[in-house]
Ligand binder design. Structure first.
Ligand code: FPP
Ligand code: MG
Ligand code: MG
Length: 327
């Protein structure tokens, strides 16, 4: 979940805030062990669009304390969510046997699985230390999110239970492994800036829907794009059934016989490439894209009750860019 092209134009105050966050991110993972420091900075330095920090900052604009002394705490919240995200990528790349991330070697490719897992743990630990300063309500929100994040990844790994609907299972996994953290990003921004309970709930609901759209887009791009800084077809290779795959599998068109055969069992690397070629031309891609566009519109509608202004416009623009991104 980390294609690099979700961007929108922010106003000067948001840009300045994001620069402050960027300048503190690497220092937040510094340690007295040079190997650990290097490995912990590796994926942060390799790139990333800082999507979750953007959401924390934008969420904070809907609280009464935005701009009056909340900056440092908002920055801390943003660092917590970004470190949590990056930590999950260290682990995810081990599980997905991924060799590239953000156009660089994945941590597991460079340092091996053991160190990649431990450095992921270290990043989680750093986020945990930093979050304590934000108060018990935010710690509790963070802990609940972490519970969902881990359970989502576990549910993906185990797969749907006997008799369960694979599409429902997939959407639950997406919500838990990805939308949980994105939802907490917008919500925690609001919480830090003193937003009322209704606004916090709205920000959380919006983030949840945006997060689902974000991961569905990511899963389409895994099939369609060669420029993600990751290896295309990773989900196919790892046997993770994503939306386009689940939609294609419903086909009763005899012309899809070979594709359905490829999607049914274990696949060799050549068969992954063959399935990728067939899927790229398949109507399931357009169907999946239409579903994503509908969901993005639904996310945008959640914003309606919020006061108009640059922060609302920026959140609305993000609804477009998660749909249109191609990498
Ligand atoms: C990326 O999915 C993975 C996630 C969004 C969640 C990963 C969560 C964990 C690894 C749980 C971590 C928990 C602990 C305790 C360490 P993806 O593989 O579809 O994204 P990608 O295309 O960016 O690889
Ligand atoms: Mg992955
Ligand atoms: Mg994964």
């Amino acid at each position: 979940a980390s294609a690099e092209s979700v961007t929108t134009d922010f106003d000067a105050s948001v840009r300045a805030h994001l620069e402050l966050i960027e300048s503190k991110l690497l220092a937040a993972v510094e340690s007295d062990n040079p190997v650990l420091s290097e490995a912990a900075k590796h994926i942060i330095e390799a790139g990333g669009k800082r999507f979750r920090p953007q959401l924390v900052v934008l969420g904070s604009k809907f609280g009464p304390e935005a701009g009056v002394g909340a900056e440092a705490r908002v920055a801390r919240g943003a660092i917590v969510v970004e470190l949590t995200h990056v930590a999950s990528l260290y682990h995810d790349d081990v599980m997905d046997d991924a060799t590239v991330r953000r156009g660089s070697d994945s941590a597991n490719a460079r340092w091996g699985n053991s160190l990649a897992i431990l450095v992921g743990d270290y990043l989680f630990a750093r986020a945990s230390v930093l979050v304590t300063d934000l108060g018990i309500d935010i710690v509790a929100t963070y802990a609940e999110m972490f519970n969902r994040l881990v359970r989502g990844q576990i549910a993906e790994t185990i797969g749907p239970q006997e008799g369960a609907d694979p599409l429902e299972h997939y959407l639950q996994v997406v919500a838990d492994k990805t939308a949980s953290l994105i939802s907490v990003s917008t919500k925690v921004g609001g919480m830090i800036a003193g937003a009322d309970a209704g606004t916090q709930r709205l920000l959380a609901d919006f983030g949840e829907q945006l997060g689902i759209v974000f991961q569905l887009s990511d899963d389409i791009i895994d099939i369609t794009s060669d420029e993600t800084g990751k290896t295309p077809g990773t989900d196919l290779r790892e046997g993770v059934d994503t939306l386009p795959i689940l939609l294609a599998r419903r086909s009763i068109d005899p012309a899809d016989a070979r594709l359905l055969e490829l999607l049914a069992g274990e696949r060799t690397d050549d068969e992954v490439d063959e399935a990728l070629g067939l899927l790229r031309k398949h109507p399931a891609i357009a169907e999946a894209r239409a579903d994503v566009a509908r969901r993005a519109e639904a996310a945008r509608r959640i914003l309606a009750p919020l006061p108009d202004g640059p922060a609302k416009d920026a959140l609305s623009d993000l609804c477009d860019s998660v749909v249109t991104r191609t990498s």
